[in-house]
Design a protein around this ligand. Structure first.
Ligand code: ADP
Ligand code: MG
Length: 318
């Protein structure tokens, strides 16, 4: 009985009492299910992601950023579909009940929830050896309008919404012991491109968020759209700090095959100038063509254009 009381106290103290609801939530945290009133004019966009300590984020990272990051990587999937964030659930497995840690986690979670305007409506709390956080997000998007990976057309321009490679550089610096700076923030506190995703609804033919490196994620668009790409590596936007700290080749390799940037990669018939007229700032990095695969032009010596992506079940040959 004691343990049950503790579990409910924990849920109430760190999660339930901070949750705020709009009219769409008929019943929030506290019952067997949450009840929501979805907008009948919209489709629901649903995505789930698990973050595991030591694999998706450093075990010793500030719990505030662990929480923000766990929520924002899921919210980024909503951004990539052009959806409006609405509700989310949180399944957390904790190795112990550390009040200071949970306080920071809760602060981070609700700060990111506020940024994205998304409401925590339920979850599950368990104990396990490994810290693991699973977040399911629900968003809404106008019927038939969602941005999909399929839809890129031969002749479309390929764009990204911001600099790439900074998060991988930030992780490298974190592992070297640095704890502050722009590159560190890019890794620890990625910003989901929600307003860009919404603006792209009318102008993009396909879209994906870049979680596993540009090449891997662009190749998902190509596979779904049955086409090929030519990328101009000289056009890929990189952060100045990244180039200064690590050199252009390393920065570019991280942009191509590093992870965790959470910028959007999309295709459109419109030119960069036409996008800008509509208030959409993006960088043209290539073109969609017939065939399969990705051809890179303007590669510097030492730049690796192999599509590596990320595969949890990859086992190197020994
Ligand atoms: P049940 O046994 O019916 O699954 P739980 O004891 O797991 O219920 O949870 C009680 C209530 O608290 C439920 O409404 C559940 O959604 C909510 N909840 C549990 N853990 C969390 C959490 N980490 N964040 C938000 N809500 C939670
Ligand atoms: Mg439960």
């Amino acid at each position: 009985m004691q343990s049950t009381a503790r579990e409910f106290q924990l849920i109430h103290h760190y999660f339930q009492r901070h949750a705020q609801y709009d009219q769409s939530v008929a019943l929030g945290i506290g019952d067997d299910c949450a009840l929501i009133e979805a907008n009948p004019a919209m489709q629901q966009a649903i995505s789930v992601d698990t973050s595991i300590a030591g694999r998706h984020f450093p075990q010793d990272a500030d719990a505030y950023f662990i929480a923000r990051r766990a929520l924002n990587v899921s919210v980024s999937d909503l951004a990539a579909m052009g959806a409006i964030p609405r509700w989310f659930t949180l399944a957390i497995s904790l190795p112990d009940m550390n009040a200071a840690w949970l306080e920071r986690f809760s602060e981070g979670l609700f700060s990111a929830a506020k940024d994205a305007n998304i409401q925590l409506i339920g979850g599950d709390t368990t104990k396990s050896r490994e810290l693991s956080i699973t977040i399911q997000v629900h968003g809404e998007v106008e019927k038939g309008q969602a941005l999909k990976r399929s839809g890129a057309q031969v002749g479309d321009t390929i764009y990204v919404t911001g600099v790439l490679g900074s998060a991988a550089a930030g992780l490298d610096l974190y592992q070297q012991g640095e704890r502050a700076g722009n590159l560190l923030s890019a890794y620890l506190d990625p910003v989901p491109q929600l307003s860009k995703g919404r603006a792209l609804l009318k102008v993009a033919s396909s879209c994906i968020d870049i979680s596993d490196g540009l090449l891997g994620d662009l190749s998902h668009i190509l596979a779904a759209s049955h086409c090929a790409a030519q990328l101009d590596l000289a056009a890929i936007p990189l952060a100045q700090d990244n180039i200064e700290r690590f050199g252009k080749v390393r920065a570019l390799n991280w942009a191509l095959n590093g992870g965790d940037d959470y910028q959007l990669c999309f295709t459109s018939q419109l030119s960069q100038a036409q996008l800008l007229e509509q208030g959409i700032e993006a960088f043209a990095i290539g073109t969609i063509c017939q065939g399969t695969g990705i051809t890179c032009i303007n590669a510097l010596a030492g730049v690796d254009c192999t599509i590596r992506g990320f595969d949890h079940f990859y086992e190197p040959a020994i």
